[in-house]
Design a protein around this ligand. Structure first.
Ligand code: GLY
Ligand code: MN
Ligand code: MN
Length: 447
């Protein structure tokens, strides 16, 4: 676990200042915001999943150890309090170095730090000082919700002794997630590096993805690039789906042998400094798309390109999805997958038989990143420069779909790119990962 932040400490300090400013506007009489670390997840018996910090806590502090809580307060001198695991020579021999209380102040910029065991004494004191609490109830740690609830109850019972509990409790996401939505240069550096490792991984898989190869071999090539290139690994578990496995949206067995004539769909992205890429490519195992595969691929590519082309400030994710649905539905009729009027097929959701997911999501520290998709009035949110999101249309024709032309059954295709909204339009960060038929076929050739 790093005992210094991945980025320069001043970056996190600036973010905290911005949050504190917004907290003052939000509750001029005072506010306290609480951000707990993600709990350690057990994999089986006494084996833990590799630890991955909570994205909000990381965004505001750079702190990546478990059993930590960050508190921001607009009351008094100490704006930033960190509760952390204490230094412990014996434990550190087993589980690695810790920043400790001293490191929390020295390296992570805390105005004060306490051992996590002091939380029940110190956090209520901080809570009692403010009329508003910003805490995301229903986050990753239900036990922490219960602890906060207990602290509030105890504070209320001590009203006669002059203690008070915050009367307003709201989601700090309305401040922090809005900030996470617009990427800063240092974040974009990390994302560009994640995209580059992702490019290397997808290219290696395209080269090696011949009939006879196993899906897990391709997964291992992806992981080799993601980790070997200096990333943390993957930002979400990779999907390596050959043949009809590609029509299972969340396929994750990655265990089958690739057959002659199969397409291989790979949805995998590297994580760098906790920022993830999210890229899907679909390629022919034998290096050449068959005619029906080509027709389906061209349709998905056209939907993707039309969405990308429209991306600029003011456009909406809903608008792009509608565009993708229209292009795909028109194509489904041409391909003989659907029959009828395009408008009616869209209105009746008939297209969902072959395209059942949304076209886009925000991207950043989380693969499905935070941030509202609606304005305060409930309207689709206009895109702004600095926002990062995916465009990922697909076409999935079940193997046993007797309504589909026989030669198309079992075809699953998705093309997914990461798009940065710029002042003038957009930048496709993942452009260099082969996506046209010509480039994909060229990338599959092994010399
Ligand atoms: N890899 C997850 C997604 O594409 O949304
Ligand atoms: Mn995605
Ligand atoms: Mn994806």
């Amino acid at each position: 676990m790093p005992v210094t932040p991945a980025f320069e400490a001043s970056l996190f300090e600036k973010r905290r200042e911005q949050v504190l400013r917004r907290m003052r506007e939000f509750s001029p009489a005072g506010a306290v915001a609480v951000f707990p670390a993600a709990p350690v997840a057990m994999r089986n018996n006494d084996v833990e999943h590799p630890y991955r910090a909570d994205s909000d806590l990381f965004f505001l502090s750079g702190f990546e150890e478990p059993e930590a809580v960050a508190v921001l307060s607009t009351q008094g001198e100490k704006a930033f309090t960190l509760f952390v695991r204490p230094r412990d020579k014996e434990r550190e021999i087993w589980t690695g170095r810790r920043a400790g209380v001293e490191g929390a102040v020295k390296n992570f910029g805390a105005d004060q730090a306490f051992e996590i065991s002091k939380l029940e004494d110190e956090l209520p004191r901080l809570l009692a000082s403010a009329p508003a609490l910003l805490y995301r109830v229903g986050g990753a740690d239900a036990e922490f919700d219960a602890r906060i609830a207990r602290m509030l109850r105890n504070l209320r019972t001590r009203a006669r002794a002059g203690m008070d509990a915050p009367r307003r409790i709201e989601d700090p996401g309305q401040i922090v997630h809005e900030m996470r939505l617009r990427k800063e240069p240092r974040e974009l550096d990390a994302i560009r590096k994640a995209v580059e490792l992702t490019r290397r991984g997808h290219l290696a898989a395209m080269k090696a993805g011949r009939p006879g190869a196993y899906e897990y071999e391709l997964q291992s090539l992806l992981e080799r690039e993601f980790r070997g290139g200096g990333g943390r690994g993957w930002g979400y578990y990779p999907i390596v789906a050959s043949g009809e496995n590609a029509t299972v949206l969340h396929y994750s067995d990655n265990s089958m042998q690739v057959r002659e004539g199969d397409l291989v769909l790979i949805d995998a992205g590297a994580e760098v400094d906790l920022y993830t890429a999210d890229v899907t490519r679909t390629f022919p195992a034998n290096g050449r798309f068959s005619a029906p595969q080509r027709a389906c691929y061209e349709l998905v590519l056209s939907a993707a390109d039309q969405c990308i082309e429209r991306t600029r400030p003011g456009e909406t994710i809903d608008g792009l999805h509608e565009r993708a649905v229209r292009v795909l539905t028109e194509g489904m009729v041409k391909l003989g997958l659907l029959k009828g009027e395009v408008d009616a097929l869209i209105k009746d959701n008939a297209y969902r038989k072959y395209y059942m997911h949304r076209t886009s999501h925000w991207l950043g520290l989380d693969v499905h990143d935070v941030g509202s998709y609606r304005t305060a009035e409930g309207k689709p949110r206009p895109l702004e420069a600095g926002m990062l999101f995916t465009i990922e249309p697909g076409l999935y024709i079940a193997e046993d779909d007797e309504g589909a032309p026989a030669e198309m059954r079992g075809i699953g295709i998705r093309i997914e790119d990461d798009i940065l909204v710029t002042e003038r339009g957009h930048e496709v960060l993942t452009r260099a990962i082969p996506r046209t038929i010509k480039d994909v076929e060229a990338a599959c050739v092994t010399s």
